[in-house]
Design a protein around this ligand. Sequence first.
Ligand code: IMP
Ligand code: MG
Length: 180
Amino acid sequence: MSNWADNVETLISQKEIHARIEQLGRTITLDYKDDELVLIGVLKGSFLFMADLCRQIDNKLSCDFFGLSSYGDKTKTSGVIRITSDLKRPIEGKNVLVVEDIVDTGLTMQYLLANLQTRKPKSVKVCTLLEKPSRKLVETQIDYLGFEVPDVFVVGYGLDYKGRYRNLEYIGQLKEESLA
Ligand code: IMP
Ligand code: MG
C-alpha cells in the first residue's frame, strides 16, 4: 500500500462533506426557486466541490470557471492575485453564485467580487466550502458556508499543497513537518 497521504490528519470526513453539500444544495435550490443561476467555480481548488454541489441544486443553471492564483508554492498568500483563466461567457443580468474552496485572508474573494461587479450581474452570492475566520484580513461576503476550519493548512477534496493532495476524498491537516 502506498503511504503518500500518511502525513495528513483527517479533519472533515468524506461523509460529513457530502452531508453538508446536500444541505447547502437544498438551501440554494429554495433560495433561487425559479431564478436561473450561473455557478462560477474558482479554479483550481473548487473543482470537486463544484462538481458535487451543482448536482445537489435542483434549478436551471449553467457552470463557468474563473482561474485565480495567489499562493504559488507557499502556504501563505503572496497578496498578489493573478487571473489564470477568465470566464467564457458574459454574466450581465445573471444571478451569479461564486463557488470557492476556502476563504482564508479574504483577499482573493475581495478581488474576485470587485472584478465580477464590473460585469454588471443581476446578483452575486458566495458559497465557500471552508472558512478560516482567524486569518481574515478583509471582511468579505459569504452567503453559504460549509465548515469553519482552524488556522492550519488544509488539503484534500480539491485543496492542494504544491499541487498535490487534491484527490483525497476528505479534508485533512498537513502535518507541520511536511510543510517545507
Ligand atoms: P485568501 O486570498 O487568503 O482568502 O486565500 C484564498 C485561496 O488560497 C483559496 O482559494 C485557496 O486556493 C488558497 N488557500 C488558502 N488557505 C488554504 C489552505 O489551508 N489549503 C490550501 N489552499 C489554501
Ligand atoms: Mg481557491
